[in-house]
Design a protein around this ligand. Structure first.
Ligand code: FAD
Length: 505
């Protein structure tokens, strides 16, 4: 591979394919020759509209202009997720992206709040977090006084792939239309040598990236890498997806509304809302799920719902021989915490750090696979937490989650919090202490004990300090505009659509 361009073939042109193509072209373009194959006949999964804040830093690495990108994708802002009916019917909490209060080196903020709470002081936990309060009041900004606001986005998934495609093509990525019908392997090495298409064309390469979605055409079908099924922990295997017509930017959060047989997402972009229902075919019929979705839309239905079938889990190796699978081709975790696009971006950055230096890539692949497995398991455990903390016993669906065995490391984490109030971030730094705290407290898991540092100041001085923090949040909040107003001023869709902006590579 030395002194010549490595021939990279990307199979698939959904969000994964075009994110991968653009990132590689932007940062490794001079040493790569990149070709992307996709089939219009197959199309893309066409959902995936809610994100987490890491997309902002990923875009910064790739010099993607935020206003241009949001305008091109009819994007809006997201400060967290509002969960309705999860622990019990009628309850509601927000998992926001903000920091809650101030921590010390010895203990997290919640020890102080719990101490105040025990004295009937301290207000609500949400009073200490700007993003949490702003979400509740429908406000948004990127900065409030001197405070940076931690935001994610809601985007039009199809427009996002198109936007990245135009940028990738400007950087020299070649797109080839065709349906891959055969994956040719070298009989000696077992490496992929070329992809054959149904139109008689072929694409030869040295390194292949499988972005073919659930089909996993290269890694799963071509190289025979098995799927590890996590359906015994996350039983959902189907979704209906549609859109409703709504006005403005909608609320600055995703909604995750629990129903008796599953849960419904609502992800508002400009002038419409992405809607869907996630459920398990073990516990409910397609017709029942569809009717629940259609009867609970945020606005008038914009088109017929589409049925999507999926398996939860991962390929046992994400990288085998000279092929790595990214996105749905590697695995899937249901969209409860909107993590799939995040996992695409971390996979792409991991690949760029471990990019093959020769055709002998087994060691790099082993390192990549270890990191990928660990990351997916961390996200999986956080999702299981939401379900397992339910107290609902009204249907078979909720009883399954309430009563199931959970992974040992998650059990340990929940026990430590329940008895001692101690939380630590996940191992990949996606879900920080604040995230675990908001979901555990939000679903009614209060610790029996908490760090003794909480009691050092005494109730009166503690309350004075806590009030100062709450007042600061309120002062910041008062400067923030409404979400729709902010989107109209910062990134209206017509800015890009009218050609006032051109995608710059
Ligand atoms: C119900 C549901 C809700 C979701 N919600 C979210 C969310 O809120 N947030 C989030 O981050 N993610 C979400 N996701 C995940 C998100 O949709 C995907 O991670 C994202 O769209 C990337 O998909 P992909 O590009 O890997 O696959 P796809 O979109 O399926 O693209 C696959 C590509 O491969 C091509 N292809 C396939 N087979 C062949 C072949 N034989 N020959 C040639 N080309 C081929 C297709 O034409 C297509 O271009 C959700 C997923 C589901 C199922």
């Amino acid at each position: 591979m030395k002194n010549k361009k490595t021939k990279v073939v990307i199979a698939g042109g959904g969000t994964t394919g075009w994110v991968t193509a653009y990132a590689l072209a932007k940062r490794l373009g001079p040493v790569l020759d990149i070709r992307l194959i996709e089939s219009e006949k197959i199309g893309t999964v066409g959902v995936g509209e809610a994100t987490v804040p890491t997309l902002r830093s990923f875009h910064a690495l790739l010099e993607i202009d935020e206003r241009e990108f949001l305008s091109a994708t009819q994007g809006t802002f997201k400060l967290g997720i509002k969960f309705d009916n999860w622990a019990n019917i009628g309850d509601s909490y927000i998992h926001s992206f903000g920091r809650v209060g101030k921590t010390t080196w010895m203990t997290e903020f919640h020890a102080f709040w719990l101490e105040a709470h025990a004295h009937g002081l301290g207000g609500e936990l949400s009073d200490y977090c700007l993003e949490w309060k702003a979400a509740g009041e429908g406000k948004c900004a990127l900065k409030a006084n001197d405070t940076d606001v931690n935001v994610a986005y809601h985007i039009n998934a199809t427009a996002y792939a198109q936007y990245l495609r135009s940028k990738a093509e400007q950087l020299g990525v070649k797109r080839q239309e065709g349906m891959i019908s055969d994956v040719e392997l070298c009989p000696e090495t077992g490496n992929i040598t070329e992809l054959k298409m149904d139109n008689g064309e072929a694409a030869r390469g040295e390194f292949f990236i499988d972005c073919t979605g659930f089909r996993s055409v290269l890694l799963g079908q071509g190289l025979g890498v098995e799927f590890e099924d996590w359906g015994h922990w996350l039983a959902a295997d189907r979704a209906w997806a549609t859109q409703s017509k709504t006005e403005g930017a909608g609320p600055p959060y995703t909604r995750a509304i629990a129903h008796p047989m599953g849960w419904q997402w609502q992800t508002p972009v400009q002038e419409r809302t992405g809607e869907g229902i996630v459920y398990s075919s073990q516990f409910c019929s397609d017709d029942e799920a569809r009717a629940t979705l259609v009867n609970n839309l945020a606005g008038p239905e914009a088109h017929e719902p589409r049925l999507l079938k999926f398996r939860t889990g991962r390929r046992r190796q994400a990288w085998k021989k000279n092929c790595v699978a990214i996105g749905l081709a590697n695995g899937f975790l249901e969209p409860l915490e909107s993590t799939s696009i995040h996992l695409i971006t971390t996979a792409v950055t991991r690949l760029m750090r471990l990019f093959p230096t020769s055709m002998d890539m087994a060691e790099l692949a082993a390192r990549y696979n270890a990191e990928s497995k660990f990351e997916l398991e961390e996200v999986r455990n956080f999702l299981i937490l939401h379900y397992n903390l339910t107290e609902r016993g009204d249907t078979e669906f909720w009883r399954f989650y309430r009563d199931m065995e959970i992974p040992d490391d998650l059990r340990h984490r929940m026990d430590v919090f329940k008895r001692n109030g101690y939380i630590w971030p996940d191992g990949v730094n996606l879900f920080r202490v604040d995230s675990w705290l908001q979901v555990m407290i939000g679903q009614g898991l209060f610790p029996e004990h908490y760090h003794r540092a909480g009691g050092i100041l005494g109730a009166e001085r503690l309350e004075q300090q806590l009030k100062a923090m709450r007042d600061k949040v309120d002062r910041d909040l008062a400067t923030m505009p409404g979400h729709t107003e902010f989107v109209r001023q910062y990134c209206p869709a017509d800015l890009y659509a009218k050609g006032n902006m051109r995608a710059s590579a």
